[in-house]
Design a protein around this ligand. Structure first.
Ligand code: ADP
Length: 332
């Protein structure tokens, strides 16, 4: 996913903080080891790497890994996304201009149009596309050979991908939320690059509020940096970090505005549920997919929200977190 931060400075910093090699990439041990083997084997065979599918919530490192794959394979990288490919022709234009061994990163691959998806099947499997020329009865398909390339697809939910597409990836890696100590390592590295003085307790406080997500950790670090600058704080500690983050309405558990809105709606409008996902999304004024892929995974992991066959429910910890008494007879 592309950063939601619009400012060029923020984006420049984000780019500068991206790890450039697998060794620099913090956490996700299993995916890192498996990927490293896939890349090493293709280097030894002198072939382009197998297609790679990366899944997981936004901000966990999918784009970063695609960049690392290209760097480790010494190959150029092309970046595009599902929503940018509306017609099969858009995809044909990209595929036919790839150079040998190039890595094509396709973000939000589940949002590609159906005809483009079908073209991709053949391109991934046979390195070939059929370019359709003309319309109606006179249309003819001209086969076009493609150079071998590596597709790196990213999706916030692998379950949304049709089976035939999923099956064409040689390697699938699922990225998990990061543990607090891993986020501390991300923050230490970033603070070093930004030349910021933060003590251990300061790192721990920011990491705890980062929602298991490196992108958020780096963003909070920048907000804390601003706060420290304005308040003339030389070394950031737990107190200054928490004062800064309270100001930005990041709560002690790292929940953001959307997370809290979902919990609030669940508890106050729907009496703790169960309530259907789309109804819940309407209540918070968000798209269903955003609630499902951005807010929910973390709320579930934190034991605040439950998914049941009858709908979403608030867990006891949600009432506790919001400081609201559960209704009489509540038993989630
Ligand atoms: P996604 O594509 O999954 O939304 P990104 O790859 O864009 O996420 O990562 C967002 C930011 O988080 C990057 O700028 C990078 O600096 C940081 N980041 C992500 N994963 C890691 C990691 N494992 N180690 C260090 N920094 C990371």
């Amino acid at each position: 996913m592309v950063s939601a931060d619009g400012e060029p400075e923020e984006r420049m910093i984000e780019a500068a903080l991206r790890p450039k090699s697998l060794d620099d990439f913090v956490g996700q041990k299993r995916v890192r080891e498996q990927l490293s083997l896939v890349l090493e084997a293709s280097r030894l065979r002198g072939r382009s790497a197998d297609h790679v599918l990366l899944s997981g919530p936004p901000g966990l490192g999918k784009t970063t890994l695609a960049m690392i794959i290209a760097a480790e394979m010494n190959a150029p990288l092309r970046i595009t996304s599902g929503p940018a490919i509306q017609h099969a022709g858009d995809l044909a234009a990209i595929l036919s201009s790839l150079s040998e061994g190039e890595v094509l990163f396709l973000d939000e691959i589940h949002r590609m149009s159906r005809p483009a998806e079908e073209m991709l099947y053949m391109a991934m499997e046979d390195f070939r596309v059929d370019i359709v020329v003309g319309k109606g009865a006179g249309a003819t398909a001209i086969p076009l050979d493609l150079p071998p390339f590596t597709l790196v697809g990213a999706t916030t939910r692998a379950g949304l991908l049709p089976g035939p597409l999923r099956d064409r990836f040689g390697f699938t890696g699922h990225l998990e939320f990061y543990a607090v100590d891993e986020l501390e390592r991300v923050l230490r590295r970033s603070a070093g690059l930004m030349d910021l003085a933060v003590n251990s307790a300061g790192f721990a406080e920011i990491a705890k509020r980062s929602r298991g997500t490196p992108r958020i950790a780096n963003r909070l670090l920048r907000r804390v940096r601003d706060w420290a600058l304005v308040h003339g704080v030389q070394q950031i500690d737990a107190r200054s970090a928490s004062a800064a983050l309270d100001m930005y309405e990041v709560d002690a558990r790292g929940l953001d505005r959307l997370d809290r809105a979902v919990l609030h709606a669940l508890v106050s409008k729907f009496h703790g549920g169960p309530v259907g996902l789309s109804t819940l999304a309407i209540a918070v004024g968000e798209e269903t997919e955003t609630v499902e892929t951005v807010a929910e995974p973390y709320l579930v992991r934190e034991g605040l929200l439950g998914r049941t066959p009858r709908g979403r429910i608030a867990m006891p910890a949600a009432y506790e977190h919001l400081g609201i008494e559960p209704p009489a007879g509540y038993a989630a």
